[in-house]
Write a protein that binds this ligand. Structure first.
Ligand code: ZN
Length: 199
């Protein structure tokens, strides 16, 4: 038996031989019942669907106002990006950069990276950029959950500054859903499925 055809249970370390599965099925440990691996096509499809949904939500987050800024006696509704610019303009450049990276740059790079990998794989193509982009996407994963913290920081800062309030509208709701979609996209993608395609 080849070593590559064996898989160890991540719960109890019992070794199992890898077998092909019917569509949508999962292989479970014979001793403790933990999921060993899932049918591969399903993992890719679900991750791709979540990444596309995430990108649409991200566009909605930025297309609708998230903040109501009080500027010179006027209240102006502003998007997340405008909020970042305003933080910068009001003398909070470090905070503006942190919010920009965690709420805009990292989610966009992550979602576009996932789609640029998973869409060709779905069509049974392996693009030459795949290893580099996949490594980048994997390295960004711990940052995905940073949005949760950043939303909290953003809320407290704008309250503190007395210059803006959060608009409870489309943008905020999409932002909240996006956090869960990002977590789901990360959880549903089995990296072994992608690396196996490279062999
Ligand atoms: Zn087990």
């Amino acid at each position: 038996m080849e070593l590559s055809s064996l898989v160890a249970c991540h719960e109890c370390d019992l070794l199992h031989r890898v077998a092909s599965l019917p569509h949508g099925a999962a292989a479970r440990c014979t001793r403790c019942g933990a999921v060993l691996y899932r049918e591969k096509r399903e993992s890719l499809d679900r991750s791709l669907a979540l990444a596309v949904a995430g990108l649409i939500l991200f566009i909605l987050v930025n297309a609708f106002p998230l903040l109501a800024l009080k500027l010179g006696g006027n209240v102006k509704q502003a998007s997340l990006i405008t909020g970042v610019k305003e933080l910068y303009a009001q003398g909070w450049p470090e905070l503006a950069v942190v919010v920009l990276f965690t709420s805009v740059v990292i989610p966009v790079v992550y979602l576009l990276g996932m789609i640029s990998i998973l869409f060709p794989l779905k069509l049974n193509r392996v693009p030459s950029y795949l290893p580099a982009v996949f490594r980048l996407v994997r390295s960004l994963q711990p940052w995905g959950m940073m949005e949760v913290f950043m939303l909290g920081i953003l809320v407290s800062i704008v309250k503190l500054m007395k210059m803006a309030t959060i608009v409870p509208g489309v943008s905020l709701y999409c932002f909240a859903v996006l956090i869960f979609i990002m977590a789901g996209a990360i959880a549903s993608l089995d990296p072994r499925v992608v690396w196996e395609r490279l062999e």
